[in-house]
Design a protein around this ligand. Structure first.
Ligand code: SF4
Ligand code: SF4
Length: 430
């Protein structure tokens, strides 16, 4: 694609990077076929190619974002199916990240939208606030139908719908002393929303890792990875979260030696693997951020290095839902299924596995209609495989899919923990 940025514009490193990305696009349109919003809405402006044109036009003309651009960029899930499909290697992720920051800096959203986004950014990344908000949502749930009738308040109704009906029980974590664990030493990201919504995931991870001799460092002070606010264009808040985590983890790395930073929520993993890029222009953090990104691994990547023994077949069919952040963001596709099969499960692939379930961070709150359409499509495809249980590697997908099916859904690592000697996941008992 030809571009016509001026030298002055290109002196801004963010614009210079976007220009390079834009120039790779050859307009072929292959990406439209796998884009969930184009497939759902059928509008070229809701396809990757259409959005690329909108972003190019906005940046080239130094224009503030307008309503049309914001509408179509907001509808993008950042699922990155387009990057998997694109034959030309267009780095759509960093282009849309830049566009979201530009929108945040140049566009004044309607009041209700501003308030809801501020509320999400002030609550979701902070576990104590998020726990309080979920307790409130359980009480306020009957108001959801009323809120849905007023369009600007529909996101609040979506929030109430998505809130789990019961508070998650916090399981005990018995971690053996480091001296008993010699196979490796890792940091396990605790995160923000996941331990509030489902603390059983990291508890299963700790059990599984320690059973195989891996020590887990628990550095104090880490928190949200920044993904949720990063996808809302709130770059300074996202970078502050990233710097805080980098400081905490670097202290641990320097003190004790760490083989990997493990992440059980693939949405967070994609962002932490991108810290090196996000902070590349920060002279104080660029090197440290690149080191952290190089150490970051999805839990399934690390488990694969442990060469877990093959177990006899068990009578349980698992539909594996491949989270977009895992399959498109991190290009991890076969590994989780291979681990499940090695552990004895029968694994089935739902049709249209490349399409997003509609969760996508805060998307299911901010774009409830498109999100609900994608969720229906996803659940129909999953249920068609007639599984006993659904497995996925991202808390957003787990929450989204659970809200629309009676089939139990658990994190991949919970099934692996069970297979290798841990307790049966609670959701399979009910
Ligand atoms: S990130 Fe997903 S929703 Fe956005 S343009 Fe690409 S394929 Fe479409
Ligand atoms: S597939 Fe890639 S090169 Fe083709 S239109 Fe989409 S982004 Fe551009």
């Amino acid at each position: 694609m030809q571009t016509s940025f001026t030298p002055a514009q290109l002196s801004d490193p963010h614009v210079a990077e976007s220009e390079k990305i834009l120039r790779r696009c050859v307009h072929c349109g292959f990406c439209t076929a796998t884009c969930p919003t184009y497939v759902t809405l059928g509008n070229e402006l809701d396809s990757p190619r259409g959005r690329i044109y909108l972003i190019k036009d906005m940046l080239e003309n130094d224009r503030p974002a307008d309503r049309e651009v914001v509408t179509h960029i907001d509808r993008c899930l950042s699922c990155l199916a387009c990057t998997t499909t694109c034959p030309s290697g267009v780095d759509y992720m960093h282009l849309i990240d830049h566009a979201r920051v530009h929108i945040e800096q140049t566009y004044r959203r309607p009041l209700a939208d501003r308030l809801i986004r501020s509320l999400l950014a002030a609550v979701l990344p902070y576990p104590a606030r998020f726990r309080a908000a979920l307790a409130l949502a359980r009480v306020a749930r009957p108001l959801a139908p009323l809120l849905r009738r007023a369009a600007p308040l529909a996101p609040l109704a979506a929030m109430l719908d998505l809130a789990p009906r019961h508070a998650a029980k916090r399981p005990e974590r018995a971690v053996p002393p480091d001296s008993a664990l010699t196979r490796g030493r890792v940091i396990l990201l605790e995160g923000c929303a996941q331990p509030t919504l489902d603390p059983g995931i990291n508890a299963a991870t700790v059990r599984l890792l320690t059973r195989f001799g891996v020590a887990i460092a628990t550095p104090k002070g880490e928190g949200c990875c920044g993904a949720l606010v990063h996808h809302m264009g709130r770059e300074q808040q996202a970078l502050a979260f990233a710097r805080r985590n980098i400081d905490v983890w670097m202290r641990e790395i320097d003190a004790g030696g760490i083989d990997a930073i493990l992440i059980t929520a693939s949405g967070c993993g994609t962002t932490i693997k991108d810290y090196g890029h996000m902070l590349r222009l920060d002279p104080l953090y660029a090197e440290k951020a690149a080191k952290i990104s190089a150490l970051a691994q999805d839990i399934t990547e690390y488990l694969a290095t442990l060469h877990l023994e093959a177990l006899p077949k068990r009578d349980l069919v698992v539909a594996y839902h491949s989270a977009c952040s895992l399959q498109h963001g991190q290009k991890i596709t076969a590994l989780p299924k291979l681990l499940l099969k090695t552990a004895g499960f029968t694994v089935r692939d739902p049709a249209e596995g490349h399409l997003c379930c509609g969760s996508a961070g805060t998307y299911n709150i901010l774009q409830p209609d498109i999100s609900a359409t994608l969720r229906r499509r996803k659940v129909k495809n999953i249920e068609a495989t007639k599984p006993d249980v659904i497995a996925a590697g991202n808390i957003g997908c787990l929450t989204q899919i659970a809200s629309a099916t009676a089939i139990p859904i658990v994190h991949t690592v919970e099934l692996l923990d069970w297979a290798y000697g841990g307790p049966k996941p609670l959701k399979l008992n009910s």
